[in-house]
Design a protein around this ligand. Sequence first.
Ligand SMILES: Cc1ncc(COP(=O)(O)O)c(C=O)c1O
Length: 414
Amino acid sequence: MKIPFLSLHDITAKYRDEIHKAVLRVVDSGWYLQGKENEQFEQHYAEYIGTKHCIGCANGLDALIWIFRAYIEMGVMWPGDEVIVPANTYIATILAITENNLVPVLVEPNPETLQIDDSLIEERITERTKAICIVHLYGRLAYTEKIGELCKKYNLKLVEDNAQAHGCKFEVKGERREAKGKEYKRTGSLGDAAGHSFYPGKNLGALGDGGAVTTDDDELAAAIRALANYGSQKKYVFKYTGRNSRLDEIQAAVLDVKLRHLDEDTRLRQQIAAYYYDNINNPLITLPKRLPDIENVYHLFPILVKNTLPFREEKEVGLHPSPLGDCGASSLRDKLQSYLAENGVGTVIHYPIPPHLQECYLKYPFLQGREWERLILPISEQIADEELSLPMSPTMTMEQVEYVVSVLNEWKGE
Ligand SMILES: Cc1ncc(COP(=O)(O)O)c(C=O)c1O
């Protein structure tokens, strides 16, 4: 049996007729940017997420860049201010911060949940901290009430990177629930602003690049809409030095179709994940903590394979032996990946090198003497050495899922 890590062909084919109709409608309309399709999708996505505004933009990285840039334009943040962020995220989260000359303050994840460890945040807050940016990595909820309380206590903005978690929910409890009258809130509506990616492989994916910001803040929304349109609020009048970062009409039309099926596709992902959780049984493999279904939309299904190489922990903490470390050198995880490939199962590592060990940040000037080249973050580095993502897609058949599990359970570490 051959099981690709992800078949975008199959995902698109599932809604082929509706997508073709939507694309042809735009083709025949003669209107390709800033039109009705964007308006519709933005309205539907804002309703879905539960925010007042949704602003479409070119991609998920831009969505995050615009949030921080708008806060700078509004005078809420200044270059050199600090943003607390998980150390084990995809590089785009960090790029959005440094692109704005803000300083990312990296906080280690909890090794069981793989999400930012909220018990480590408060000690990293300084006078220059202006925001906490949480990342719902792998489709797993990263928000905790404690994070919300810290934002209130220190007057920090809460920015969500929701690139991987469209549809994920947080259960609102107690007083907050009575006040809001709702049982849950979706990720993307839990903080002050959220960036979303519609990269094709995402749970809500376009047929090319796409992104959006969701927020309840009118001023922020207006600034972001302008920034993503050359900095203009009125034709040929420029308030900011913006860029062209718009979502085009074809992508908006396609996303509107796929949004209608998102919850149904999420349920299929959850069924596959339930089978993985219930049946993967191999002493060499650890699974991240199982969350209730509302808190995980399973964008990816990460497993961890214990590293058997001598680990960095034995070296002097605080001093990195070599700038790029030896991340990505886990013999056992790599062996498993080859074994699965030999048996027809495609996998991907998310992510082999954590941001602080990437070449682009070795001498990055805005870290202001806090260069990352000698920084050791053992948990993030361990995850980078041990993580492997199994096939996960709403188009997988149960037969395929069963096959992946049986191959995995037979693995003896060779
Ligand atoms: C966590 C995270 N943040 C941000 C991004 C950036 O999104 P995009 O690829 O649309 O720029 C991605 C996806 O690639 C991501 O996974």
